[in-house]
Design a protein around this ligand. Structure first.
Ligand SMILES: *[C@@H]1O[C@H](CO)[C@@H](O)[C@H](O)[C@H]1NC(C)=O
Ligand SMILES: *[C@@H]1O[C@H](CO)[C@@H](O)[C@H](O)[C@H]1NC(C)=O
Ligand SMILES: *[C@@H]1O[C@H](CO)[C@@H](O)[C@H](O)[C@H]1NC(C)=O
Ligand SMILES: *[C@@H]1O[C@H](CO)[C@@H](O)[C@H](O)[C@H]1NC(C)=O
Ligand SMILES: *[C@@H]1O[C@H](CO)[C@@H](O)[C@H](O)[C@H]1NC(C)=O
Length: 332
């Protein structure tokens, strides 16, 4: 795809088309005149050290991996702009419902975004958590080569039209060839994002599947509790993991996102409502328990991602069973 086509599709990379600023560049919405197709275009900021490497990582991901819960890369563009400077961009499928970050923490967003956040139900959150776990499992176990995303966090989880979650931004991804077997770790200096990066990354900078699971655990806890790991309330020994661990199992309802507790119940009749209410509590406790098991400090003791998938599926089933007879908002 040429520089000219991208320039036109984004109205000259106009601020009104800007939808996000990532680690190594800006992301624009692009609309092609010919067929009205909508895409997301990440323009690499080549002044930023590491942007070029990040571009190569993503292009490599583009060639090798494909999964319904990964953002699809349509093409890339490596060219020269009208001023004669290098220009690199990656074109992705467009995710209509934006990032999970915006749904969880709409404070700085528009009123419209704030309203949206109120409608992320327990069922939606479990489904998003399962989608992300599927993608991580695929990257860890079913790819031709091991891929470590290294930067799992809500702003890198993107939601499409029907709220299916896709992991995006492989700019920090590391690949099998760079990762010595069999401990599946590497000393390449990847730090990820504060709050989500595994504690061992700060010590020896070793990236590993277990490190990815740590980030996943923090993400899961954040989705249930709706507090960022960097929230001002976390100081000293208190963090998202320890707060959750200490609340298990009896005080989980005290720490979860109040919106989940106040969620409307589709059930009518006292007995059904009671049953739904009980299973909701059971589900929230299980989600917190899984998040805690993924984010324990000792990396050998973390739950593996296949087990996470399996357990979250059971959790979703419990909720489904409790709501039998009511509208399933999402695919089975
Ligand atoms: C947001 O919700 C409030 C009340 O629920 C409503 O009055 C307002 O119009 C909504 N705003 C938008 C932008 O949808
Ligand atoms: C997601 O986005 C689509 C398209 O913009 C919209 O129709 C749909 O209502 C959104 N989903 C939710 C849950 O808001
Ligand atoms: C993995 O690393 C640990 C130390 O970090 C070492 O003790 C162990 O032998 C390694 N395992 C394999 C299979 O190389
Ligand atoms: C649901 O259960 C919680 C305890 O988990 C209780 O405080 C709440 O009143 C119950 N709500 C309904 C509608 O039964
Ligand atoms: C994941 O953990 C479960 C149980 O803890 C174990 O049975 C399974 O073999 C593990 N899977 C992998 C791929 O390590």
């Amino acid at each position: 795809m040429s520089y000219e086509m991208l320039l036109k599709a984004t109205d000259g990379f106009s601020p009104t088309y800007l939808i996000g600023v990532g680690s190594f560049g800006s992301v624009y919405k692009g609309i092609f005149d010919q067929d009205g197709a909508i895409v997301a275009v990440k323009v690499l900021n080549l002044q930023h050290q590491g942007a070029c490497k990040s571009f190569m990582s993503e292009c490599k991901a583009l060639r090798n991996i494909r999964h319904r819960n990964l953002v699809k890369v349509i093409t890339s563009c490596s060219s020269i702009d009208f001023q004669g400077n290098d220009f690199k961009a990656i074109v992705y499928e467009f995710m209509a419902n934006g990032s999970l970050e915006k749904w969880l923490h709409p404070a700085e967003e528009s009123e419209e975004e704030q309203n949206k956040s109120q409608s992320l139900t327990i069922l939606q959150r479990i489904s998003i958590a399962i989608d992300v776990a599927y993608a991580v499992e695929y990257l860890h176990q079913h790819c031709q080569e091991l891929v470590l995303h290294c930067d799992l966090k809500p702003s890198n989880i993107l939601l499409d039209n029907d709220m299916t979650a896709h992991i995006g931004d492989f700019g920090l991804a590391r690949f099998h060839l760079e990762v010595p077997h069999p401990n599946q770790s590497s000393s390449i200096g990847v730090k990820g994002t504060v709050g989500y990066a595994a504690p061992e990354y700060g010590l020896g900078n070793k990236v590993s599947t277990n490190g990815n699971v740590y980030s996943y655990g923090i993400l899961l806890l954040e989705m249930v509790i709706r507090k960022k790991p960097t929230d001002a309330m976390f100081e000293g020994d208190l963090n998202l993991h320890s707060l959750s661990r200490m609340a298990l199992p009896d005080r989980v309802m005290d720490i979860v996102d109040p919106m989940l507790i106040n969620e409307e119940m589709a059930a009518t009749g006292d007995r059904l409502r009671q049953a739904l209410n009980n299973s909701r509590e059971e589900c929230l406790i299980s989600m917190v328990r899984i998040g805690v098991a993924c984010s324990v400090e000792s990396l050998q003791d973390r739950m593996n991602i296949s087990r996470v998938v399996h357990e979250l599926q059971s959790v979703r089933k419990i909720l489904f069973q409790a709501t039998t007879g009511f509208n399933m908002q999402r695919r089975q």
